[in-house]
Ligand binder design. Sequence first.
Ligand code: MLT
Length: 271
Amino acid sequence: MTRQYCHVGSSTIAYLDSAPGDSTLRTYVLLHAFPLGANQWEPQIRSIPAGWRLITPDLRGFGGSTELDSLNALAITDFADDVVDLLKELSVERAVIGGLSMGGYAALALLQGAPQVIEALVLADTRATADSPEGRANRRNLLALVDREGPSGVAREMMPKLLGKTTRESNPGIEAQVRRLIKQQSPVAIRGAIHRMMQRPDSTALLPQITVPTLVIVGEEDELTPPEDSRRMAEAVPGATLVTIPGAGHLSNLEQPDAFNAALTAFLAKL
Ligand code: MLT
């Protein structure tokens, strides 16, 4: 799939699109984790169910998408606004919106700001709560690390938390893939995303108000957003389905793509 580009005002939103311009298909959008880019979804791009079109944007600053000139007043809603603009440009009125981790934060921001575009929701390895004070302190350390060492330092620091034990022990190819995805990103994108995540609000109160079908997915070995958090989140959303993926950590879509795709495909088939 080649990257497409959509220009809105002075910014560019890059995205992968499985069926550009095909309005006969239903659309689902997958929003990537920090600090990866749209190519995180390669295993899902290879497994698109019949009748569906998959769009995976590079969130602001990542991949081919531009970041604002100034890093002042950054908010998680920036990511959501870009998704709204992109769907509008593509004349897609409603879509299934899914996000993994930071992508899930963006999906929840979209739910808050533009619920009318959401046909159904997929929240993977993510949480509705805001950062804890300890989490914010870790983010400040990560900002200093980006300044000192750039994306490679971030990859080294984050890797043990991104991948589950099973993957680390038995599938070294995934680690290499994730490191490559992180090293492709710019320090500006990484800094912008850290600031946005640090400032995101608590969205827990939104969960009981969700009226669209919702799928919550979590890797059984996820240490960053543990299964217990996902269970609580799924319980708070009326009618939500929870799928726990054995042998996967935080990046469940890359670590156990078959199980992730099966959960996603079964969910889409029921809509
Ligand atoms: C992610 O995978 O997107 C990040 O781990 C999210 C976070 O740091 O909160």
